[in-house]
Design a binder for this molecule. Structure first.
Ligand SMILES: [Zn+2]
Length: 556
């Protein structure tokens, strides 16, 4: 059972996000508050009762929590057992709420000060001075409660996506009684080499109730890390590693549930604490070689989540050069935890497969095609692109907007490709294939992702620009393990050595992917962030994962 208190200042859009989340996820239960005022149309659905009736119910013990504010009385009924439950709470009632609902978690919906001020001003109910005074008055949240903060500055779709992710993903500490009656967990790592956002420093880190609570000098008690690194958990934006578990050998189809569990455990063991599982949408039916699978597999991943060790989100890879992209996109919605949508175009003769001889080598090798068959294959794909390409591209951009997902480009090769991405509002470029494209990304403020295998092997397997070359030129922002999960940690250390800056090396697999994917609650060792962290020893230069922790729980 998970109970969430939702708090947030006026103008942050809390009620809008709650209503949209409930519409998208009928399984989530909202506790209906009793308030001593007439039921109003619109806004939060509550039960309006008289003060006399309120006092009667309060005395009868009908409320788990009640309070008075602005001349009104508010009562919250007890939570049902099981499932996800939320209720609209007042900031100053959080301490009592934590006593009333054991294991309570908090979601704070807020917005940056200028955005709040602007939204309040547009309502026209208060003067600018009143607004400034109201914003300055905000009480801090009580310490020690697990809080996820959502900065609701973007579109409603983005806010709802972040809100749904927070409901599914909040720290879930193992309860232990505390003298006050509340529950807490605390773990101290000391004598550690802390990989902080901008520096690496010896010291201790304290995690409490699933969050990072203190960072400071080494202490006498706690887990002695013997100088091992403590770094943020790694964040993987693009991996098709699950496919390897589903098809461990060509032609062998492994039961999906078991494959998902094994994939998850492998990632945890590699120090990855948040993953975007890449699933292709856009199939080609006519030769049956490129079948639809994403919706079914997404259902299986989402259903498996209570049993998984790390945080999973979906990364839909939308193939423009296909037949079925639009109908496949239509099978997904806001409740599917789609964090990233990438716009891919694998039409032969451009981008990744600019060099047709390389493609010929790849396809003929993999599928045993004759020259004639290869020519027919290429012509068929070019025809698909001509027929559906533009509509597919537009539908993908729109779907990402509707779901509040980050839109990424894929295999950008020319400055023109990057200019098109920028026009779509893309902030993330997967695997640019040339230095020209990577430079254009830098110019447009688009972060670049390169594959870890490319970095470690010293080049791309399809003849594109090497990740190492981009790293040397300062044009590599994020590393993805692509198809080798263990390569993520190795890359962080390799880049740290290359740049002589371990913190910067780790940022490519922690803070930078978190920022690009819109995850503000993780990716750094910072106070109040999720306690997703890894302990890493370096043995003869090679990094070795000792422990992986997710939201304050050890998972590997
Ligand atoms: Zn590609």
């Amino acid at each position: 059972m998970s109970v969430f208190a939702i708090v947030g200042p006026s103008g942050a859009g809390k009620d809008t996000l709650i209503a949209a989340a409930l519409a998208a996820r009928p399984d989530i239960i909202a506790l209906r508050r009793c308030i001593t005022r007439p039921e109003a149309a619109g806004g939060e659905p509550f039960e309006g009762i008289t003060e006399v009736e309120f006092l009667r119910r309060e005395a009868a013990g009908d409320f788990a929590l009640s309070w008075r504010a602005h001349g009104l009385s508010y009562g919250v009924p007890p939570a049902p057992t099981g499932g996800i439950t939320l209720f609209n709470c007042s900031r100053r009632m959080l301490e009592q709420a934590a006593l009333a609902f054991p294991g309570l978690r908090v979601i704070e919906v807020t917005a940056s000060a200028p955005v709040l001020a602007q939204r309040l001003a547009s309502r026209g109910r208060e003067t600018a001075e009143d607004i400034a005074a109201r914003l300055a008055r905000r009480a801090p949240l009580p310490a020690g409660l697990p809080v996820t903060t959502i900065i609701n500055d973007g579109t409603i779709a983005q806010g709802v996506a972040a809100f749904l992710a927070a409901l599914d993903d909040a720290p879930n500490p193992r309860p232990r009684p505390r003298p006050s009656g509340r529950t807490m967990t605390e773990t101290v790592f000391t004598n550690a080499t802390l990989v902080l956002p901008d520096e690496v420093r010896h010291g201790a880190i304290v995690i409490r109730d699933g969050m990072i609570a203190e960072i400071g000098a080494a202490s006498a008690t706690g887990i002695d890390c013997a100088g091992d690194l403590i770094a943020p958990g790694l964040i993987e934006l693009h991996t098709d590693n699950l496919e390897r578990h589903i098809q461990p050998r060509p032609g062998v189809n492994w039961p999906h549930g078991a494959a998902i569990i094994a994939h998850d455990a492998e990632l945890a063991g590699c120090g990855i604490t948040t993953v975007f599982d890449a699933l292709r949408v856009g199939s080609i039916n006519r030769d049956n070689s490129y079948a639809k699978y994403a919706r079914g597999l997404a259902d299986e991943i989402l259903a498996a989540r209570p049993n998984l060790r790390i945080s999973h989100r979906i990364h839909l890879r939308a193939e423009v050069c296909s037949e079925t992209l639009i109908e496949e996109l239509a099978e997904f919605g806001q409740a599917d935890r789609i964090g990233i949508v990438s716009l891919m175009d694998h039409t032969p003769g451009q981008r990744q497969f600019r060099d047709l001889s390389k493609l010929a080598q790849y396809v003929k090798g993999k599928q045993g095609m004759s020259d004639l068959e290869f020519e027919a294959h290429v012509a068929g794909l070019a025809e698909l692109r001509a027929r559906f390409g533009e509509a597919h591209e537009a539908a993908t951009v729109q779907a990402a907007r509707d779901w509040g997902a980050v839109l990424a480009s894929h295999d950008d090769t020319t400055a023109d490709h990057v200019a098109t991405s920028a026009a779509y509002g893309i902030k993330l470029a997967e695997f640019p294939t040339t230095v020209e494209a990577a430079q254009a990304c830098r110019k447009h403020g688009i972060a670049t992702i390169m594959g870890a295998p490319n970095l470690i092997r010293g080049g791309s397997h399809s003849g594109n620009v090497s990740a190492g070359e981009l790293a040397q030129a300062g044009l590599l922002d994020i590393v993805s393990s692509d198809y080798v999960p263990a390569a993520l940690l190795s890359s962080a250390v390799l880049l740290g050595d290359l740049w002589d800056d371990l913190a910067r090396g780790f940022a490519t697999v922690t803070a930078a992917p978190a920022r690009s994917a819109g995850l503000s609650d993780r990716g750094r060792l910072g106070l109040g962030l999720r306690a997703d962290l890894i302990r890493v020893a370096r043995i003869q230069g090679m990094p070795v994962i000792r422990e992986t922790w997710v939201a304050g729980r050890r998972v590997a």
